[in-house]
Design a protein around this ligand. Structure first.
Ligand SMILES: NC(=O)CC[C@H](N)C(=O)O
Length: 390
């Protein structure tokens, strides 16, 4: 017997009755219910395996132009709070969930996930078999997708999906970067100054540097070497960010100039890919990428395995064994993903074998995520300390 419909929707829950359509670029179609804003959206369909941290995922600028499919079946259970956002807004182009929380419950929750998606105009879909969708993306690879609450015909939506932009070849850094430079002060005594290029930076990165006595000058993506020098930095940092590293040239040149000037460098994710390109390696698109908070990585310099947060669809193509000599020094692959042997870190050493710069493909700032890799911020501080003492 069918249950009687509730007399009214309890406050804070989704209305969720309008139907929504999802069409992948190879024609596979899913039907579900509208979740978040109504309308139509397009992007690259990717899946994230994180069982928590949806607020940090949604607000990570690296997801710009991507439609995120959550493999965790229940999403929104702890609502949205005012502390965990990784930037000023939700960046995902669309959101796909199986079973949204009807009543969020957490002492910090101030809004529902549905409210925030709707208020920020982010189109989503719920009630989708996210296991089937994820398996499809895993087998066929990441691809373009459209979600619509206004179109009922899959063929017509497919046409628009095929007209939408591809991720490969997209340069998106300037679309997400800060328009103006700003400073995150060091906590306690200021020990170092770092110039941090914002290519889509997450709030937790300057926070983790500032906790280590670093004054962080967050600079726009269009920054020149003169702007970097004006900060008189002890180190240069390039953040995570959206888009195809192969479509980014100005920042690669800036990094090469900074390396020639002898400024120690640390890069995260997109910052690892641009470091790879600056050193002369290529980058390539992974079939479906790594997105989640439990990816095993080995630090080959210590042999230790860490459980890490990932969000990348591209990777650096560098030789796993031996070192490669470049005009900047000798490069080795310092970290590797134990799931699929993808390059997860690079290390540059001078002729005396001293570390001069390094980067990782994953997220030591890990918000949300395990904090196994936080030691990398200490490694950057140690590198700047050695430079200062030298
Ligand atoms: N999180 C990131 O920095 C992502 C880097 C790049 N856009 C990729 O998808 O691989």
């Amino acid at each position: 017997m069918a249950l009687p419909a509730p007399a009214q929707t309890p406050s804070g829950t989704r209305s969720g009755t309008r139907s929504a359509l999802l069409v992948l670029e190879d024609g596979r179609t899913f039907r579900g219910e509208s979740f978040g804003a109504e309308g139509e959206t397009f992007g690259e369909a990717v899946f994230s395996t994180g069982m928590s941290g949806y607020q940090e995922t949604l607000t990570d600028p690296s997801y710009h132009r991507q439609v995120v499919v959550m493999t965790a079946p229940h999403v929104g259970n702890t609502g949205m709070n005012d502390e965990d956002t990784e930037s000023s807004r939700i960046w995902v182009a669309g959101y796909v969930v199986r079973d949204p929380a009807r009543v969020p419950s957490n002492w910090r929750s101030v809004r529902t996930l549905d409210d925030d998606l709707r208020d920020q105009g982010v189109v989503g879909i719920s009630g989708v078999d996210t296991r089937a969708l994820t398996r499809h993306l895993r087998e066929r690879g990441a691809m373009r997708v459209g979600i619509s609450t206004t179109e009922n015909d899959p063929e017509r939506l497919l046409q628009r999906v095929l007209e939408s932009g591809e991720m490969a070849g997209s340069n998106l850094s300037e679309a997400v970067s800060t328009p103006e430079a700003y400073v995150v002060p060091a906590q306690g005594e200021r020990r170092f100054t770092v110039a941090a290029l914002d290519l889509g930076i997450k709030s937790n990165t300057p926070r983790m540097l500032s906790e280590r006595g670093v004054e962080v000058h967050v600079l726009p993506a269009t920054t020149t070497l003169e702007d970097v020098r004006a900060v008189a930095p002890d180190g240069l940092f390039f953040s995570n960010g959206p888009g195809d590293p192969a479509a980014t040239t100005a920042q690669v040149q800036l990094l090469q100039d900074a390396l020639r000037a002898g400024i120690p460098y640390f890069g995260i994710c997109f910052g690892n890919q641009l470091f790879g390109r600056a050193l002369g390696f290529g980058t390539y698109k992974l079939k479906y990428g790594h997105r989640g908070i439990n990816q095993p990585v080995m630090d080959r310099t210590t042999g230790k395995v860490e459980v890490t947060a990932h969000n990348h669809g591209f990777a650096v193509d560098a030789p796993m064994e031996g070192s490669t000599s470049t005009e900047f020094g000798d490069v080795t692959v310092s970290h590797v993903c134990l799931n699929d042997d993808v390059v997860e870190g690079l290390e540059l050493r001078d002729a005396d074998g001293r570390l001069t710069s390094f980067s990782v493909q994953y997220h030591p700032e890990a918000a949300a995520g395990p904090h196994d890799a936080a030691y990398l911020f200490d490694r950057f501080v140690d590198l700047m300390t050695e430079r200062k003492d030298a």
